[in-house]
Design a protein around this ligand. Sequence first.
Ligand code: KPL
Length: 300
Amino acid sequence: MEVLVYGAGALGSLVGGLLAREHDVTLVGRDPHMRTIREDGLRIDGAVDARVTPRALTDGRHRAADLALVTTKAYDTDAAARALATGEYDAVCSLQNGLTEERLVAALDATVLAGTATYGARFAEPGRVTCTGVGEVVVGALSGGPSPAAARVGAAFEAAGIEAVAAEDMPVRRFEKLAVNAGINGPSALARTENGPTLDGPAGEVAREAARETAATARAVGVDLADDRAVAAVERVADDTAANRSSMCEDVANGRRTEVDAVYGAIADRAERHAVAVPTCRTVGSLIRGWEAARGLRQG
Ligand code: KPL
């Protein structure tokens, strides 16, 4: 299968690199990472060891492939969609945080699939990414139900040795993932703790309440996510990734813009439309936005 990975950060490089063991992969990212991959290949270390030679581009416009995986930060989704709209893809699948798929649907003619990935990835240096935990990739139709495109994508992942599931319940899985991000990312960034201690320490109740509020919001938009399932998902991921720092904690530690709008903004917008109270998500979102504003990281 020909696969274009748009957004060769840590997760995009890891997933693209693993796929390149079996498929024809093109990574789209930034120099010096892309230049190093062109010159020396891509090295994966940690829980998986591999050296692969995917194509590495800094411009993802006017390309064609069977599948485009979108792995950019959520705030770069519109730019990714504009670039992908100049090319041709049978299917486009998001592996991003936040509910980004609707934006891809609005911009693209291709079949847009929803996806989640629980592989842990850390950018080590240009040309090298570390797998900090073997997980699984789940893909499926955005509105749920069977999807031949998702089945093909799932089979392509499995052929490359990646644990993959083609799921028919993506609506609930998307909100479950959003609950995990709401529960772990903001509290861990504010407490500056790894995922495990975030749940075990004083920030744990904030994390669990953010998950319950996300579940209430999901139910208000017609997605049947129980509070207990959302909280259990947060606790499971925090446990599985106990020693890792969340992407938001890393962003704050490195003085970078975060995905606050894609996580807490997405919950608050939907909650407001359906008169659901989400005070914890609003507070966590405001604190992270305040941190971004003080550093000039917010646009508009
Ligand atoms: O997606 C994540 C992130 O760090 O952005 C995990 C590891 C699941 C924590 O929410």
